[in-house]
Design a protein around this ligand. Sequence first.
Ligand code: AMP
Length: 277
Amino acid sequence: MKLIKTTAELIDALVAVRGTIALVPTMGALHDGHLSLISAAHADSDSDNDVVIASIFVNPLQFAQLGNCDDYRNYPRDVDADAQLLESAGVDFVFAPEVAEMYPLRTPEVWVSTGEMGSQLEGASRPGHFDGVATVVTKLFNLIRPHRAYFGQKDAQQLAIIRRMVHDLNLRVDIRAVPISRGADGLAESSRNQHLSASDRRKALALPTTLTALRDRRIDLDQARDQLRNCPGVDMDYLEVVSPDTLQPITWPPTAPALALGAITVGGTRLIDNMDI
Ligand code: AMP
């Protein structure tokens, strides 16, 4: 495996590559969820990826105040440990640039705008977040020119926006979705889980538990919201049922495939999760 830090090195390395390139974009602090994306890139049954590239970049554009905030500063980072994990997972190249390498002229003037899809749900609490995601993903696509890119269903809103971006901007990349990887207790794997104490983690299980009850129709959407709101130590941001493609709200009960998404804060850590309904 080769660890690449600059765009010049990246372009040099890719000139020699023949065949199909798979990209797995991440912000590092890798866990089993990320590794499931790498496995999917290696094991895709209807495609054959010759080269698997993972990127590690904590993108300031997708954090509040363009990264000038505690959430960005405190985001867990350990590129060496991540590179070792990626090497064991059989990744060919890791692209882990510094911020100045990705944004040499500092904050870009030209961004990808994600409109209404990006301003609701997560976007309502994190204005500009998805414009930052779409902008950096476009830059990675342009630098790496992958044939396929792998994204987790854990970030269902992000996945829907990336798919729509590829469609709206005619980007020539095939987007593949990978199911959510969960711990044995049912909590979705997340880099932010390392901020949770054991007791916070137990409280956080309210989110997957409520989503499961909703999915199994044991409760309706109002009851699900009440259940989550009333959990001690859990601060509910939203719980919504939407169309998986457009993210438009769907009235309960859904009559077509729908997506239930929720966000909570536990012990100062914001967590998201979702389930197909
Ligand atoms: P992040 O490093 O949090 O930006 O995540 C990088 C990629 O890994 C995104 O496509 C995420 O959706 C995906 N991912 C993160 N956590 C999980 C998980 N628990 N299961 C599946 N994919 C995940």
